[in-house]
Design a protein. Structure first.
Ligand SMILES: Cc1cc2nc3c(=O)[nH]c(=O)nc-3n(C[C@H](O)[C@H](O)[C@H](O)COP(=O)(O)OP(=O)(O)OC[C@H]3O[C@@H](n4cnc5c(N)ncnc54)[C@H](O)[C@@H]3O)c2cc1C
Length: 388
């Protein structure tokens, strides 16, 4: 049980990171508490849908996972409409105007996770240890010692925490995290729609939160309604028909009548800033390293960019043999700092701007939407940043 890299967490980010190390010449182990699942039910839809950016899609292709997806369950997002709470102000982004094929592709979480598990199981350079629970982590100068609850122990030069927002690795290492709950909960559900979405994702910024309807294959849409927790609880208590009617009203009937096809589920929302992404022999990626509001649909894309960058730094380490070397890991941290800080600032500012009853601010935010909408160069810049 001697490895170069041990990755804790085989979620979307941890699994893709391990796969991306295929040419790094390293011995890798991936540990998860869950039982690996390489097959998914296809008679219903997962309530958790991600909008995957073209940059993330390219990365997942290189990892050997994207090509394992069933294309009939993917849907291209060609346009995005953001509507202000005065119902007049709008900001529209189009793939065509930005010279792209699509802005994003929607995919079910479980579909992508199972493709990643499948690729991991077939990868020659990775040993999967799952299900397994971690017991103790000891960081030494020359190595990391990890013991599992079943008595097994592992030794590695580098440990990577990809174990989500409540990261065990981060806690064991004593890395500081600044957590701010948003007092909001995201309610997600899928609907059959009476009218075609035409590849358009729409977001309504409202005083009660942000409602997003993302396109799914056929006449279906996925909802993420980030709203005050009391309102979320009210929505969750409704019957499927009542919920559908509420969403029709809140979305101004844009997709016509709706019918719930996947029951509503809830995710409490919080902002998390982690001061350091690395320390000697340890690095964090994905939600273990940052947690952002889902209003920009960028959380997992941000995590894929961490995975891509850390894998790139380790693969290009050259004469540096020790993959847990602090100077090497600092290169990763420096490269990721700006992207993470920009996404945290953007999502947090937008959330605050729309989570207020202050009348001048309400005017300003709607004016801001209209202003940005008229600046095609700025819009293209925003699109380029979101699709990376
Ligand atoms: C409502 C909602 C909608 C969202 N929509 C989008 C979107 O459209 N686009 C987007 O980019 N992002 C979106 N996000 C964000 C996205 O869900 C997360 O950023 C993403 O899931 C993080 O992936 P991860 O692999 O870092 O962590 P996780 O998905 O949390 O995976 C962590 C893995 O680690 C394992 N694990 C945990 N602890 C241990 C341990 N101690 N030992 C071993 N294994 C462990 C877990 O079993 C799991 O497999 C959304 C988030 C929410 C709440």
């Amino acid at each position: 049980m001697d490895f170069d890299v041990v990755v804790i967490g085989a979620g979307l980010v941890g699994a893709s990171f391990a796969l991306a190390l295929q040419t790094a010449g390293l011995r890798i182990a991936v540990i998860d508490t869950l039982v690996p699942s390489t097959s998914v039910a296809r008679d219903d839809w997962d309530s958790r849908i991600y909008a995957i950016s073209p940059g993330s899609e390219e990365f997942l292709q290189a990892c050997g996972a994207w090509q394992l997806l069933d294309t009939a369950r993917l849907c291209a997002v060609e346009d995005m409409h953001v509507i202000g709470d005065d119902e007049i102000s709008a900001l529209n982004f189009g793939a065509y105007a930005a010279g792209m094929r699509e802005l994003a592709v929607t995919v079910e979480s479980r579909e992508l996770q199972s493709a990643l598990w499948q690729a991991l199981m077939e990868a020659q350079h990775v040993k999967v240890i799952a299900p397994a629970a971690c017991h103790e982590l000891v960081l030494e100068a020359a190595a990391v010692q990890l013991s599992l609850a079943d008595g097994r122990s592992l030794r590695a030069r580098l440990i990577v925490g990809a174990d989500g927002a409540d990261s065990w690795v981060r806690t064991q290492a004593g890395l500081k995290v600044d957590t701010r709950p948003y007092a909001q909960t995201a309610v997600v559900a899928n609907f059959a729609t009476a009218q075609a979405h035409r590849g358009v994702a729409t977001q309504w910024f409202q005083r009660k939160g942000v409602l997003a309807l993302l396109p799914l294959p056929g006449e279906r849409a996925s909802m993420v309604w980030s709203t005050a927790t009391a309102h979320a609880q009210e929505l969750l208590a409704l019957s499927p028909n009542e919920l559908a009617m509420r969403v029709v009203t809140a979305s101004h009937g844009k997709l016509g009548d709706l019918r719930v096809i996947t029951p509503a589920a809830a995710f409490p929302l919080r902002m998390q800033r982690v001061q350091r992404l690395v320390m000697p022999r340890l690095a964090l990626v994905g939600d273990a390293a940052h947690n952002v509001h889902p209003l920009a649909g960028q959380g997992v894309n941000l995590g894929f960019r961490d995975a891509r960058e850390l894998a790139r730094v380790l693969t290009a380490r050259g004469a540096q043999n020790d993959c847990g070397d602090f100077a090497l890991l600092r290169r990763y941290e420096r490269a990721r700092k700006e992207d993470i800080a920009t996404m945290q600032l953007t999502t947090d500012t937008l959330q605050r701007l729309f989570d207020t009853d202050n009348a001048p601010l309400a005017k300003l935010r709607n004016f801001g939407l209209r202003l940005v909408n008229r600046q095609s160069a700025l819009k293209n810049l925003l699109v380029r940043q979101a699709v990376g």
